[in-house]
Design a protein around this ligand. Structure first.
Ligand SMILES: Cc1cc2nc3c(=O)[nH]c(=O)nc-3n(C[C@H](O)[C@H](O)[C@H](O)COP(=O)(O)OP(=O)(O)OC[C@H]3O[C@@H](n4cnc5c(N)ncnc54)[C@H](O)[C@@H]3O)c2cc1C
Length: 109
């Protein structure tokens, strides 16, 4: 297998999962199509320590924190298939690449 876990969706939910898995030294691939649901919002609220911050700034900082963990890789792209195979899954990306993992985690809206 290429990875322990492939996370489809690399916004707040996906990056939170990647942070936890990275801290546990799991090999993780985060695949993200870059269409965060709050991307049109000028400011984010009700989020302690980040009240009033721009969503783009929050997600940029989140990604930088997560990528400090050397076993986590981030790929910009859209997952278009996930097929169960012996011992895990094969995930296809829109650009034609394929990756395998023992587990997949869906963190997309
Ligand atoms: C207009 C608006 C204002 C908001 N304001 C606030 C606020 O002030 N405070 C607050 O706490 N919350 C706010 N929210 C809610 C908050 O934005 C969401 O709870 C949060 O973004 C959910 O995070 P998520 O990671 O689950 O999903 P998202 O942030 O939507 O991320 C999903 C990611 O998955 C990716 N994806 C989807 N399909 C695929 C695929 N096939 N392959 C690869 N990647 C894929 C998308 O491109 C996207 O990057 C707001 C939401 C909206 C819409």
């Amino acid at each position: 297998m290429d990875f322990d876990v492939i996370i489809i969706g690399g916004s707040y939910a996906g990056l939170s999962a990647a942070l936890t898995l990275g801290r546990a030294t799991r090999n993780v691939l985060v695949i993200d199509a870059g269409k965060l649901c709050n991307r049109q919002t000028p400011h984010s609220h009700n989020f302690l320590t980040h009240d009033g911050h721009k969503p783009a700034d929050i997600s940029k900082a989140a990604k930088a924190e997560v990528l400090e963990y050397p076993t986590v890789r981030f790929l910009e792209g859209k997952a278009i298939s996930a097929i169960q195979i012996d011992g895990g899954f094969n995930v296809g990306i829109e650009n034609g690449e394929n990756f395998t993992a023992r587990k997949i985690l869906l963190a997309q809206v």
